[in-house]
Design a protein around this ligand. Structure first.
Ligand code: LFR
Length: 471
């Protein structure tokens, strides 16, 4: 029986600590602690409450102790692109402003005046999203140049939480690539780009690859908890961890399904061809310098917001049931920028239908059906783009992450594409996080072994277009 290790996986709507270990040739997983996450308004911006998140991580470690679990190591992953800046005395100079905050409106266009879109893509391989760190930093430079001038350290959210755990400041590679400031080929901060944009290069530290052992807990923290452990860098970008856990990538397109739907394939090198730029595919850095060639689709955020608009009186499962019963066919472009952070999602969907001369959804079931059907249309389009770029058909789609439990969506996707849709593992992100720690500790030899282990440890469910679902 291996020792327990803890994966802390924090998403836009919730976070959890999962304990995992090797047992009888399988990876055993156990949820230890779960907590809510949400945007908070501070100083006129949507922000993340990082102090509260850290308190929850600590709370989760206390819960481990209460359960008699003494973990050997811990790894943290979260969403990407967001960051904090520290000053001379390591004090926080900024809030952790959230990527859905409108501060970056118009910034992408301004950056393109300094460096062309094509050049930026050739150097970084990263998709154009108005919330990328590069545009957030540019927005900060315009609104608060004084803060940027005083900044000594740039840390992304998991880097910052790791700093609070260990006192060590380190930038992790997979998340760093999401900034659009890392050169896709040298895998280092693009100093030339930083200089052109007037962003101080000194605040960026050396980039550390996943599987780096960062070190022990700060002494006072170890004393408070009653135990010490090693902090290890997993792929700290949640999508990076999730894709590690795709059991079999041969001829497979994956969809990491959560707040976002990340659809793509794994690669050994970045693809920065014109078509990839035109279709806005990204080449995010992964474990062992694999690349995730994927695109962001608006994802279950839309249904999370719809649910919130109905005062959360319906569970997600109920919304799925209502969608099944609804007879409604209007389709919205889920990737339209209006859906990124609308004041009211249901109204935004209705307005889109109105503008495009389609019937308006009125009931919760109609709205939910519209969201699911529209997501599938966007998935289908992205699959077509991937197949066009690769000049190859992919017979299988593997949906991983919490969203793969949405059987309606899986079935709709199988029906629409005629492909085999494999759902699972649900806990892909935590699994990917854990296997990186196990690799760092030498308990798993490498990625191939990890994927075989994952295949043996977690059941998946298959959906086909004609025959319906079978286990
Ligand atoms: C998913 C994710 C995506 C990233 C988005 C914003 O949770 O990490 O990969 O594009 O959030 O950070």
């Amino acid at each position: 029986m291996g020792k327990y290790r803890i994966a802390v996986d924090i998403g836009a709507s919730s976070g959890r600590l999962m304990a995992g270990r090797l047992a009888n040739g399988k990876l055993e997983l156990r949820e230890v602690y779960r907590f809510e996450n949400q945007l908070v308004q501070r100083g006129g911006h949507f922000c993340w409450d990082v102090a509260a998140l850290f308190a929850e991580v600590k709370q989760g470690l206390h819960a481990c102790r209460d359960l008699g679990i003494q973990p050997e190591s811990i790894g943290i992953d979260t969403w990407a692109v967001d960051f904090v800046l520290l000053g001379e005395n390591d004090e926080l100079l900024t809030e952790a402003v959230a990527y859905r905050d409108p501060r970056t409106d118009g910034m992408m266009e301004e950056v393109f005046e300094i460096i062309s879109k094509e050049r930026l893509y050739l150097e970084t391989g990263i998709q154009f999203q108005k919330f990328n760190t590069i545009y957030q930093l540019y927005a900060l430079k315009k609104s608060h140049p004084d803060i940027l001038a005083r900044a000594k350290t740039f840390l992304m959210i998991p880097d910052y939480l790791n700093y609070l755990l260990t006192g060590k400041k380190a930038n992790e590679y997979t998340n760093a690539t999401s900034t659009q400031l890392v050169n896709a080929f040298t895998k280092k901060w693009d100093l030339d780009l930083l200089e052109k944009l007037g962003i101080p290069a000194e605040m960026f530290g050396e980039i550390h690859a996943p599987k780096t052992v960062l070190g022990s807990l700060k002494q006072e923290l170890a004393e408070e908890l009653g135990f010490d452990l090693q902090v290890i860098l997993p792929a700290t970008h949640d999508t990076g961890s999730a894709v590690i856990a795709v059991p079999e990538l041969q001829d497979t397109i994956y969809i990491s399904s959560g707040t976002w739907s990340l659809i793509g394939v794994e690669n050994h090198f970045p693809i920065c061809v014109t078509k990839a730029l035109d279709y806005n595919f990204t080449n995010e850095g992964g474990l062992d310098y694999r690349y995730r060639f994927l695109k962001n689709i608006m994802g279950l955020w839309m249904i999370q917001e719809v649910r919130r608009n109905y005062d959360s009186v319906y569970s997600f499962a109920q919304l799925v049931e209502l969608a099944k019963q609804a007879e409604f066919d209007s389709i919205v472009n889920v990737d339209d920028a209006r859906f990124l952070k609308p004041d009211h999602m249901v109204t935004a969907i209705q307005q889109y239908c109105q503008e495009t001369n389609q019937p308006l959804p009125h009931t919760p079931g109609e709205v939910a059906k519209c969201v699911f059907d529209s997501l599938v249309v966007s998935y289908q389009k992205a699959i077509g783009e991937i197949e066009e770029i690769f000049e190859q058909k992919f017979p299988k789609v593997n949906v991983i992450g919490g969203g793969c439990q949405n059987e309606l969506l899986n079935q709709l996707l199988a029906d629409a594409t005629g492909k085999e849709v494999v759902a699972g593992p649900v806990e892909a992100t935590a699994i990917g996080n854990l296997v990186a720690q196990l690799m760092a500790a030498g308990e798993i030899a490498g990625l191939e072994e990890a994927r075989t282990l994952i295949q043996h440890s977690f059941a998946v469910k298959t959906f086909t277009g004609t025959r319906g679902s079978r286990v």
